[in-house]
Design a binder for this molecule. Structure first.
Ligand code: WT7
Length: 630
């Protein structure tokens, strides 16, 4: 169901609201189902209980692979661009990818993986990562991909939460000039993971690693002994496809669960319409498969539509800050999708890095993960798009599975820093503090969605009530996104940022409570409070206020120790940018930290702290202001 004009968008949108079941049934017809659904939608937001394509049977990999292998076996599916530009690119056609997925699916089966088992994948951006993901889906195992930058502790937490039976990893990885251990980190994690029976190790760096007899096996060895035919497991539309952990405002990360049928329909529909993908286009999304963007818009969405998807192993600044532009030039990329952080960082390196690159293949530019400021939007538009590529600023979340509010390329009139209009099937509402829907245009509120779409989160793994309280209890009968939003006079949406205690650092979600817990684990730390502050490149930076025991004080060393602790507990991405040692935190008489004050000080705005008379000790505010880090 391809939209080609703004009028078609409007009529699709209208139909999706007046007859959502009819609308999505028509979209879903475009896929191969082993058995048709009996009912399109069953839902209530109280429990919540949302089911799409009830009773339908399918396997997402048949739609990603088998059907394209029949129609165009030698068409490229994945173009792999290695970290080092002088190494060989690898192109996997649909047939090659299909065979390798089936082969690896047979390896999983041979080692006892069956439908419903959980498999943890901790890998760098190599084709084997996509193959591992699809092989799990082939046999009906639930994949839980953990981003390669997470610590052993974070891997262990995720493995244990999901009860994973198998871990798939590599010996090591390369990112820019650095070699990074992977298997070693998994080994550390597995000290505390009793459910793991097998570790499958793919070779990337040939670094020496320990291989424990009976537990650890080599990918390359295993695939030699299995067939490359593997019938796809029949899955119910509502069987879980994967778990992906994401941070919230409280405690430990939640395992967001997406299911097979709705996820398939939603990612494919949004991929082709937002980017206006045409057969043969080369599409390059710079995200990591460890995040939802990589799941939905490197692997599943593009493959479902038979697209050519570039999978890039490296980083934007290696060997120099022109790497993205080199890749666009080299592979004649037509559609390029990246995060504002990357744009802001590359802007800073100056024009010599893109000046002599041929970027004329580009037709569409995308942005995702955080609000894109006007300056970055304009730079991207003028220098990369040369003024003739629409920028699709796509707003969505791990929990939504796919893009929710976004222009359709070449169809929706764009406006810098606006995600513009909801996609068909998406019914956004702005809500005030009392839970009242705010009508009309030119208004601000908390962004909610009042009707289910096929990609909506189904549950949080192992704790359904957490799903209800986090997303469905703040406002009755609505999914609450956690974002603030404005709707302008044209009815266009602009996301203003999180309204909860989640920080968006370089497009990655980090819960302040999680960072605080990690800091508090450091010996000598009494208490801490973490807030976000505006950061020129990362969007938001992490600012930590830390109270230490009086005795411990070489503050420079303690600062470094705290950074090491946070890296060890969560991973380097959660390291605070600034640590301020304080003697007290601004607390109310009931013991609640007034984060508003901490945020203002972190922003460097000392004059608008608001009413501080309810503080137990207003004096701490002066100390905090005096010691603020610029
Ligand atoms: C949060 C979701 C969406 C995939 C990557 C991040 C922020 C996302 C935009 C955008 C403004 C955005 C929101 C959202 N966000 N896209 N285009 N404009 N903000 O997924 O880690 O689940 O984070 O990212 O705050 O709630 P995620």
């Amino acid at each position: 169901m391809r939209i080609r004009t703004f009028e078609e968008y409007q009529s699709a949108y209208d139909q999706s609201v007046s007859d959502p079941e009819g609308f999505w049934a028509e979209v879903a017809q475009d896929f191969e189902w082993k058995k048709p659904w009996k009912k399109v939608l069953d839902w209530n937001f109280e429990e919540p209980n949302v089911k799409w394509f009830v009773g339908g049977k399918m396997n997402i990999t048949e739609n990603c692979l088998d059907r394209h292998v029949r129609e165009k076996p030698n068409h490229p599916a994945i173009i792999w661009e290695p970290n080092d530009p002088s190494d060989d690119t690898a192109t996997l056609t649909y047939k090659m990818l299909f065979e390798r997925v089936c082969q690896f699916a047979n390896v999983l089966k041979k080692h006892g993986v069956v439908k419903g088992d959980r498999v943890c994948i901790y890998m760098p951006m190599i084709p084997e990562l996509a193959i591992a993901v699809l092989a799990c889906a082939r046999v009906g195992a639930i994949h839980s991909v953990v981003f390669g930058g997470f610590s052993a502790q974070s891997i262990a937490d995720r493995i244990n939460d999901a009860g994973c039976k198998v871990v798939i990893t590599t010996d090591g990885s390369v990112r820019g000039p650095k070699q990074i251990p992977m298997k070693d980190t998994v080994d550390d994690a597995l000290i505390g993971c009793p459910t793991v029976e097998k570790v499958i190790v793919s070779t990337r760096t040939r670094t020496p690693v320990s291989m424990i007899k009976g537990r650890d096996i080599w990918w390359e060895e295993e695939v030699k002994h299995v067939s490359s035919e593997c019938p796809a497991e029949e899955m119910d539309a509502e069987d879980p496809l994967f778990i992906l952990y994401t941070s919230g405002s409280t405690g430990k990360p939640k395992g967001v669960v997406h299911t097979c049928g709705g996820y398939m329909v939603y990612t494919a529909y949004t991929f082709e319409n937002v980017f206006q993908y045409e057969p043969g286009d080369v599409y390059f999304c710079t995200a990591d498969i460890g995040w939802i963007t990589g799941h939905s818009y490197i692997v599943y969405g593009p493959l479902l539509r038979g697209a050519i998807s570039v999978l890039f192993e490296g980083i934007p600044t290696y060997p120099d800050a022109g790497r993205f532009w080199d890749i666009i030039d080299k592979h004649k990329v037509n559609i390029f999708y990246t995060a504002p952080t990357a744009i802001r960082s590359l802007m800073g390196f100056g024009p010599e890095y893109f000046k002599n690159k041929d970027l004329s293949s580009l037709k569409v530019l995308g942005s995702v993960g955080e609000p894109i400021n006007e300056e970055a939007w304009n730079w991207y538009n003028e220098n990369i798009g040369k003024g003739n590529c629409p920028i699709v600023d796509t707003w969505w979340q791990t929990e939504t599975a796919g893009i929710m509010i976004s222009p359709l390329a070449h169809i929706t009139k764009t406006k810098p820093s606006f995600a513009t209009l909801p996609l068909p099937g998406v019914q956004p509402v702005l809500v005030d503090e009392n839970g009242q829907e705010i009508q009309g245009n030119g208004v601000n509120g908390n962004l909610c969605i009042k009707f289910p779409w096929p990609g909506i989160i189904r549950t949080t793994w192992g704790d359904h009530d957490r799903c209800r309280t986090t997303y469905f209890s703040t406002y009755k009968n609505m999914y609450f996104t956690g974002d603030g939003c404005m709707r302008d006079e044209d009815g266009y949406y602009r996301i203003t940022g999180r309204v909860d205690d989640v920080i968006n650092v370089s497009g990655h979600r980090i819960g302040t409570a999680e960072v605080e817990n990690a800091i508090n684990m450091h010996t000598g730390v009494v208490e801490s409070a973490v807030v976000g502050y505006p950061h020129d490149i990362k969007g938001q930076g992490i600012y930590a206020y830390v109270i230490c025991e009086a005795s411990s004080h070489d503050s420079e060393l303690t600062r470094k120790d705290i950074l090491a602790t946070v890296s060890r507990i969560i991973g380097p991405i959660a390291k605070p940018d600034k640590i301020q040692f304080v003697s007290g935190l601004p607390k109310t008489r009931s013991g609640k930290i007034m984060r508003r004050i901490l945020r203002k000080v972190a922003e460097g705005d000392f004059n608008n702290l608001g009413d501080i008379s309810t503080l137990l000790d207003p004096g701490v505010v002066e100390d905090i202001k005096a010691g603020a880090i610029k």
